[in-house]
Design a protein around this ligand. Sequence first.
Ligand code: ATP
Ligand code: MG
Length: 778
Amino acid sequence: MVTEDYLQQLNGQQRAAVEYVDGPSLVIAGAGSGKTRVLTYKIVHLLRCGYEPWRILALTFTNKAAREMRERIEALVGTEVASRLWMGTFHSIFARILRANADRIGFKSSFTIYDSADSKSLVKTIVKDLALDEKIYKPSSVISAISTAKNALISPEKYAADREIMRADADARRPRIHEIYRIYRDRCFTAGAMDFDDLLYYTNVLLRDNPDVLRHYQEFFRYVLVDEYQDTNFAQHLIVARICEEHHQLCVVGDDAQSIYSFRGANIRNILSMRDTYPGMKLFKLERNYRSTQNIINAANSLIEKNTEQIRKEVYSENKPGDRIEVVSSYSDLDESAIVANRISQVRMLTHDSYDEFAILYRTNAQSRILEESLRKRNIPYRIYGGLSFYQRKEVKDAVAYFRLAVNPDDDEALRRVINFPARGIGETTVNKVARTAMDCGVSMMAVLHDPDGFGLEVHSGTRRKLAAFASMVDRFAAQVASGDDALAVASEIIRATGLLSMLITDRTPESISKQENLNELLAGVKEFTEMRREEGEADLGLAAFLGQISLATDQDSDDATEERVTLMTVHAAKGLEFNNVFIVGVEEDLFPSSMAQGSQSEIEEERRLLYVAITRARSFCMMSFASNRYRNGQPAMCSPSRFLHDIDPCYLDMKAGATIGAPRSRRPSYSDYMAAARQVRYPARQAQVSQPTASSVHRNPVPVSASAAKGETSFATMPGADGSRLKAGMVIEHNRFGRGTIVEVDTSQPDHRIKVVFDNSGEKLLLLKFAKFIIID
Ligand SMILES: Nc1ncnc2c1ncn2[C@@H]1O[C@H](COP(=O)(O)OP(=O)(O)OP(=O)(O)O)[C@@H](O)[C@H]1O
Ligand SMILES: [Mg+2]
C-alpha cells in the first residue's frame, strides 16, 4: 500500500518519534522542527504497520492544517486510504461523533450548528425577555462568560451553585448571567441547535454519561494523534484523555513556547502535565529547524529565553546563516505601511518570490486598514486571512451604512441594515411593512418614513414615532452633507449620534475592544482622507468622495482566489504556517505587548510567545517595524519600541537608519516595567551583551515597586487560562478589591484553579483564578 520509502524523508530524531508505536508519546519541540511532519508521517507509518485507516483519529487546530496533512498523506498512500482516516479539526470530528450518537443526549442527528451571529441574537432575545439592561448584559460579555463556563465543563446548574463565580458576577453587577446561561442552553436544546462550544461540551457529556459509547470509541480508535497540543483547552484535553484511557495509544505534538490561546481557555499545563496523566509516556525532542535561516532561529531563541515558564530546548538550523532581522522605525503608522509595501516590492524583485510568499503579521485586526490602503495604492494584491477585510467587518459595515444613508437616504439596503441598529425597538414586522409599502408605491423606504400617512403605512403610533425619530436623525446627517461639511465632520457626528461607538465602550471583552478599535480606525481613515485631499488642493472633501474611494476596497474581495497575493493576518492566525518573507508591524509598547496584557508576568510571557510565533513563520527574510506615532482608539498616540526588541540579542538584528530601540518615552513605570527590570537583574550576563547604546532606561534602572505604587499604576487582570501552576503559597498579591494579601494555599486539583489568600484588611478569601483580578507583588 505504502510505496515510497517515507522514512528516508525524516531525520534521526523525527524517525524515532514516527517509529515509536508501543505506547503514549509526546513530541515537544521548537517551531519549524517538523512536529506536524512527524504527525503526518506517523499516520503513514501506522498504516504501514497494519492499522486500519478508520481506526486512526488525527486532530488539528485549523482546517488548513487538516487539509495540508491530508494532501501529504494522499500523496504517500493514495486518496482512497487517506479519505477513510478520522482526520479534522476538533470541532468537525466531535460534530461527527455527536451526530452518530445524538439520541443519547436528546438531540436529533440533524442538529443545527449555530454560528456566532446566531448565538448573539439568541442571547439578545433572552436578555430582552428577562427585561434586563442590554448595556449591562452585553451579548458579547454574556457569550464570553457562557463560553468560558462551557470550556471548563461547568453546566448552568453548576454555575449557579458556584459561590465564587456567582460572587464574581455580582461584583461585575451581572448577577443573572447564570439564568441567561440556563435559558440559552434550554432554547438551543429546544431548537435542536449547538454552538461551537457545545460541540466540545456535549461530546464530554456523551462520553461521561454513556459508558457503552465511551467504550465503543476507546475500542474503535486504536491510535490518536493531536497537533498543536499546547493550545488545547480543558474540554478538548479531557475528551482526548477519555478516549485514550484504556489503550494509551496516542501521540501529541506541541511547543510550550507557542502557547498563545490562553484567553480562550487553552491551558499550557495540559501539555506540561501529559507525563503525569500517562506514566511511561515517551518524550521525543526535535532539535533541528528546517524552516528558517540560522539567524532567524537564533534571534527567536534569544527572545524566548527571556520567558521563565518554558521547557528549555535546543533548536538549531543548518540552513543558510541568512540575513539579520531588519528593524525599521518610522514616524507614523502611515509611513510604516508605505515602508512595508515598498520593501515587499524590493524583496520580490530580488528574490522573484511570488506574492504568496509574503506575509504581514500584526497584533490586532484594526491595524490592517492602513496596510490594505498602502498595498492597494501600489497595486500589490493581498488577502486577509482568517478574518474579514477591514471594510467587510460588521461594525465597519454598520457605520458605512449610515454614511451611505447620509449621502443617499434612498439607499434601501443601507437603511435595512441600520434601521434597528443600534436597537431602537423597530421590529422585523415593521421593517417588512415599510419595505412592502415602499415596493407597492414604487418609492424608497426612506420616502415612506417621511410620509407614512401619504403612503398608507399601517403601524401603531408608538412605532410611527420610532420610525420618525430614525428618519429625522438621518435627515440631520443628510443636511450636514448638503451644507458642505467635510467627510470627517459628518462621519464623527454619525458615530457619535447613532451611539455605535458608545454602546461598545463599557464592554471590555476582546471582541468589543477590537470593534471599538475598528470604528476608531475607520474615523482615522476618514481623517486621513480629508487631510490628504486638502493638502492636494482638492475641493471635494465630502463623505460621498470618501465612499467612492472605499467602494474600491470592498470590490477587491471578490477577486479571483487563485491569484497570488500577499497575506495579511494576525499573529494568532499564523500559527503553524510558513512564508519566505515575513513583516511584523507595530512592534511597540502597548500594542505588542498589548496594553490589555500587562497585568501580570504570565500575560507578558504569552505576548512574548506570540512574537516568537511571528518570527518563526519566516523562512529567509524577516522585518520588524515600529512607529513613533500611531492612531490608537481614534487618538494620535506617541509610541515607543516594544520591550521585546530588547530581548533579542542585537547581533541578530539589523537596525535600519534611524531605528533605535532606545529608552521608551518617559512614562510612569508600570508593573510590567518592574518585571522587566527584575528580569534584567536575573540575567546580568545578557545585560553585558546588550551593546546597543540605547538600551532601555527601565532595564538599566530597575524600578522598585511598592504595593501602593503598583496599585496606582497597574491594570489588574485575571490570570490567563486560569493557570495556577506558577502561584505558590507565600506569594504576596494585590487584589483589585481586597487589596494586599498573602497566598496561603494553591489548589490546582480541580479544573478551575483556586487560591486561598489572607488579605491584610479583608480576611481570608477563596478566589477562583479564572475570575480573580490581581497582580503578584512579591
Ligand atoms: N526532515 C526534513 N526534511 C526536509 N524538510 C523538513 C524535514 N522536517 C521538516 N521539514 C520542513 O520544515 C518545515 C517545518 O516543518 P513543520 O511545519 O512540520 O514544523 P512544526 O514543528 O510543525 O512547526 P510549527 O511549530 O511552526 O508548527 C516544513 O516545511 C517541513 O516540510
Ligand atoms: Mg506545526
